[in-house]
Ligand binder design. Structure first.
Ligand SMILES: Cc1cc2nc3c(=O)[nH]c(=O)nc-3n(C[C@H](O)[C@H](O)[C@H](O)COP(=O)(O)OP(=O)(O)OC[C@H]3O[C@@H](n4cnc5c(N)ncnc54)[C@H](O)[C@@H]3O)c2cc1C
Length: 441
């Protein structure tokens, strides 16, 4: 199984990052053997109270390099920075610009358009690390769409489109949002109702979208709409994909107040007669759903990695706190009622992490089914949520106070249980595809 290995970016001048990454190859098993040999046999790889350790088992040299470089950037953005952004609902431009300036926005986009051409395995490390720094979804979501959202364009767009769209995105000059969910159809994406009709050199689009993240700051949108009526015999046909200007003179954008991840906006979009040029159609008309599906497994892996980051951040804060907080004459971490649930959280997070990075490796090696990506995303979201909840309970009253950050972690850990796909739908998928059971809906 061949894997790309990236030398730690912190050791390289920015200009050499992409060249090096594309030249070097090694097997993941070799990387693993080296990692093991370089350590004492019984040494714990990374303690839960360490800040963004690089030496995690199952990560290869390339992933460790990404970890180290991203950790260096993220260490400048403290929990206090993220609390302020969350409270004031302000987009984290400083982190976004830092990542763009250091060339990280194109981590898994093609090198010929300025990307690094790495895999989902590396992008997952990048997003986990951002989230784990204390940024949680506020940090990860600020770049998530740029990191991976344009995969359908990279895969199905023409050379002219990729030149026009990927280059400014990777340079951080343009931001994209992702317009799929609709108010009336929810998870039943095939039934979405927004409709585009062709008039000569443009389409006119009418309809609405809901929960569209970063629409307040994005110049572009990847939009899935209907170009033919729903046909029960061919339910996945008739949807088309556009990547186009999010033209505020034609689209009404209204922010949705929400529970968490408040630094990154989420919106409803209404459009009556939105003119979109035909050259902004991606791939073939009517094939949009297949193109979106292509990236779904990767999306699950990345969101799972982001969730893991929150879980580890919660454990890190809590390990410190319970070691220091003395009640009844002992640090509370000495009491098994506190210690054992935290130990369980670590075990759950580590199992989920192994599943997420297995799914990442399979995806990068061309595996297209979704059982590991979906299962990994489910396990990561659930274990992150439990870790954040245990963090609050272990902090007692202070867990409820904003000052200790864990209440923010819990709010942020809720999101990946719902979006981009819910736990119920993942269980439906496993039930049908893996267990071979009948579909209930
Ligand atoms: C903060 C945030 C940001 C988002 N950002 C974006 C974005 O940028 N772009 C975008 O397109 N979308 C975005 N979404 C939308 C997100 O992907 C959807 O909310 C998610 O897919 C769930 O869809 P829904 O809210 O319509 O739930 P519904 O489809 O209404 O489902 C409601 C509940 O019913 C359950 N349910 C539904 N059908 C079944 C079934 N057959 N079996 C069992 N249970 C079922 C679901 O699991 C869920 O618990 C975002 C959502 C949030 C909250």
């Amino acid at each position: 199984m061949s894997r790309r290995i990236l030398r730690p970016a912190s050791l390289l001048p920015r200009s050499s990052l992409t060249t090096w990454s594309s030249r070097a190859t090694a097997t993941s098993s070799k990387a693993w053997t080296c990692a093991v040999n370089s350590q004492h046999a019984r040494r714990i790889h990374a303690r839960a109270n360490e800040y963004l350790p690089t030496n995690l088992p199952e990560w290869n040299e390339s992933q460790r390099g990404v970890r180290e470089a991203i950790a260096k950037i993220c260490s400048q953005y403290t929990d206090e920075y993220w609390m302020e952004k969350d409270t004031e609902h302000k987009f984290p431009w400083e982190l976004y610009n830092d990542l763009a300036a250091n060339g990280w926005l194109g981590i898994c986009l093609p090198e010929e358009y300025g990307g690094s051409g790495l895999g989902i395995s590396e992008a997952a490390v990048m997003l986990q690390t951002i989230s784990e720094s204390g940024a949680c979804m506020n940090g990860a979501s600020s770049v998530h769409m740029n990191i991976f959202g344009l995969e359908p364009v990279a895969k199905f767009g023409t050379k002219e489109q990729k030149e026009r769209w990927l280059v400014p995105l990777i340079q951080g000059k343009e931001r994209a949002c992702f317009g799929v969910t609709e108010p009336n159809t929810g998870l039943d994406t095939l039934r979405l109702q927004s409709i585009a009709t062709k008039h000569g050199d443009h389409y006119r689009i009418k309809g609405s979208k809901v929960f569209i993240s970063t629409a307040q700051v994005a110049e572009k949108i990847l939009l899935l709409v209907r170009t033919a009526p729903f046909d029960a015999n061919k339910p996945s046909h008739g949807l088309s994909l556009f990547y186009t200007d999010l033209d505020r003179s034609q689209v009404q954008i209204t922010e949705i107040p929400k529970m968490g991840r408040s630094a990154v906006d989420t919106n409803t979009l209404f459009f009556e007669d939105w003119k979109v040029p035909t050259e902004d159609l991606v791939g073939q008309e009517g094939e949009g759903f297949k193109m979106i599906m292509h990236g779904m497994n990767a999306e699950r892996i990345l969101v799972g990695a982001e969730a893991l980051g929150i879980g580890y951040a919660a454990l890190r804060r809590t390990s410190h706190y319970v070691n220091e907080r003395v009640v009844f004459g002992n640090p509370i971490g000495k009491y098994q009622g506190i210690q054992h649930p935290l130990a369980e959280c670590w075990m759950n997070l580590e199992s989920a992490r192994l599943m997420i990075y297995l799914a990442g490796r399979m995806y990068d090696d061309g595996y297209t089914d979704g059982e590991y990506a979906n299962a990994g995303k489910f396990l990561a979201s659930e274990s992150a949520f439990k870790a954040a909840e245990r963090a609050i309970m272990s902090h007692g009253g202070m867990g409820y106070a904003k000052e200790y950050h864990v209440e923010r972690y819990l709010r942020e850990a809720t999101l990946s249980r719902i979006a981009p796909v819910s736990g119920e739908m993942i269980k439906n998928y496993i039930g049908q595809k893996v267990l071979g059971l009948p579909k209930s809906y």
